[in-house]
Design a protein around this ligand. Structure first.
Ligand SMILES: *[C@@H]1O[C@H](CO)[C@@H](O)[C@H](O)[C@H]1NC(C)=O
Ligand SMILES: *[C@@H]1O[C@H](CO)[C@@H](O)[C@H](O)[C@H]1NC(C)=O
Length: 179
């Protein structure tokens, strides 16, 4: 009785170490995939409009609207250990006080390889404003397409799949009427 129990115990220890080794191998093998697909990202237009802050009535707040064009084939990132991809467009700028900011203005979750060819002409999905309430004297921004790859097994990996070639200036704020 005791020996059967010990054998089962040994066997299950053996089995779990096999599984751990296998999972480890899967996780490690993901590092062998060095796919680094590069797409095109261009900013079609940037407009800044003054508005009123909803949180602090009476305070004027500038909002930036970015029209962009993303074309990227991210299918090489889909391999057997890819669960999903979190894709986001980031505005990178240094504010008037010299503080560096990375602001996510658009994102998408890609769950299937069939959806990994990205062609989006669109506008920021999230509000883009600066903590100082203004984009006056803010130097030009770069925009980049970033991704997080979530694997079935192993750690999250990060990458960049596109970037604007030239910094894009913030125009002076314009009134809605002069649009
Ligand atoms: C978006 O970019 C793609 C590839 O660079 C280009 O073929 C397409 O014409 C662009 N669309 C717009 C609306 O600029
Ligand atoms: C934007 O990119 C240019 C060229 O790579 C770089 O010199 C500049 O510092 C970048 N600006 C910001 C705000 O990251």
């Amino acid at each position: 009785m005791h020996s059967i129990y010990a054998r089962i115990n040994n066997f299950s220890a053996f089995l779990s170490s096999c599984i751990l080794t296998l999972l480890g191998a899967i996780a490690l093998s993901s590092f062998l995939f060095t796919a680094n697909p590069q797409g095109d990202l261009s900013v079609l237009s940037v407009k800044v409009y003054p508005g009123n802050s909803r949180r602090q009535p009476g305070l004027s707040q500038e909002y930036t609207f970015v029209n962009f064009n993303i074309s990227a084939d991210l299918t090489p990132l889909f391999h057997w250990n890819t669960k999903q991809l979190f894709l986001y467009l980031q505005a990178e700028y240094t504010d008037a006080k010299g503080v560096r900011n990375d602001v996510v203005i658009w994102d998408r979750i890609v769950r299937r390889k069939e959806e990994a060819v990205i062609n989006v002409v669109g506008r920021n999905k999230y509000v883009f404003r600066d903590i100082s309430h203004s984009f006056k004297n803010v130097p030009p921004a770069n925009y980049s397409l970033q991704y997080n790859l979530m694997p079935h097994v192993g750690v999250l990996t990060y990458g960049e799949a596109g970037r604007t070639t030239e910094p894009v200036p913030f125009p002076p704020a314009q009134d809605f009427v002069s649009r």
